[in-house]
Design a protein around this ligand. Structure first.
Ligand code: NAD
Length: 252
């Protein structure tokens, strides 16, 4: 049983992974911007017989990170860097403050929190860091310059941390899924339909699922199962890598 801290876990992928890892017997520290959203997920886990606590944690704030890490009940064995958001716009019209914010959450925020938990992991001689990257950590799509830059940066960041932690039983890896049906994707469908001037059905079939030879959304069980594999002894020497769940997108 490990203590697993997941960021952005009040919704979508974070909540899904939290529920599945709790069902496997781990203790979940469900975190998100608001303690309320995280609390609802933690409560659901406890109601299902699992072990979970909730904490407010804004990955863009060192104060929030420090407060969260001192208020939780246990050390962090596993960190899942999941918090994220999307904004689609041609670069020339992309609000710069929005561009900066996406990078702050999905790249700088990951560095902030990772550096905060690493000393404890080193002290205890064990740590697993799992980043939720994206297919956009490996390939580009138009109108997503900030997201693609942040996610590509995440892969480079993880390779460096893998080398810096190679002397101890700590690993860091990035799961790179193509589209997963979550609130983030639901809002993107509407935004992309507006930006591209096509219907929402066309966004799903022509933009999201077309590049994927398998033509289906990636399931939450696949993300949770891959995370569980990264926590297993079989993955103890797997570090600095991307695990790509893309239905064949990048095989083309
Ligand atoms: P989501 O919108 O359902 O959930 C994202 C969560 O992150 C929200 O609960 C939000 O409150 C939280 N968050 C945002 N800013 C935060 C901050 N500063 N600090 C802490 N929490 C913050 O989105 P999702 O689809 O579940 O996405 C989760 C992760 O998966 C993201 O990193 C996203 O890039 C990645 N991803 C999603 C898909 C997909 O198709 N949904 C595909 C590939 C990668």
């Amino acid at each position: 049983m490990r203590n697993i801290l997941i960021t952005g876990a009040a919704s979508g992928i974070g909540a899904g992974i939290a529920r599945e890892l709790a069902a496997a017997g781990h203790h979940l520290i469900v975190s998100d911007l608001s303690a309320e959203g995280a609390g609802t997920v933690a409560e659901g886990i406890r109601a299902a017989g699992g072990s979970a606590e909730a904490v407010a944690l804004d990955v863009t704030s060192d104060t929030s990170i420090a407060h969260a890490l001192t208020s939780i009940s246990c050390p962090v064995d596993v960190l899942v860097n999941n918090a994220g958001l999307q904004h689609v716009s041609p670069l020339e019209e992309f609000p710069l403050e929005k561009w900066d914010f996406l990078v702050q959450v999905m790249l700088v925020g990951v560095a902030r929190l990772t550096r905060a938990v690493l000393p404890g992991m080193r002290e205890r001689g064990y740590g697993r860091i799992v980043n939720i990257g994206s297919i956009h950590a490996l390939v580009a799509s138009p109108y997503k310059s900030a997201y693609v830059a942040a996610k590509h940066g995440l892969v480079g960041f993880s390779k460096v941390v893998a080398l810096e932690t190679a002397d101890t039983d700590i690993t860091i890896n990035t799961i790179c899924p193509s589209y997963v049906k979550t609130p983030l994707v639901d809002s993107q469908i509407a935004a992309q339909a507006r930006t591209r001037g096509i219907s929402e059905e066309e966004v799903v079939s022509q933009v999201m699922l077309k590049p994927m030879p398998k033509g289906v959304f990636i399931g939450m069980d696949e993300l949770a199962g891959t995370t569980a594999f990264l926590l297993s002894p079989a993955a103890r020497n797997l570090t600095g890598q991307c695990l790509v769940l893309d239905g064949g997108w990048t095989a083309q």
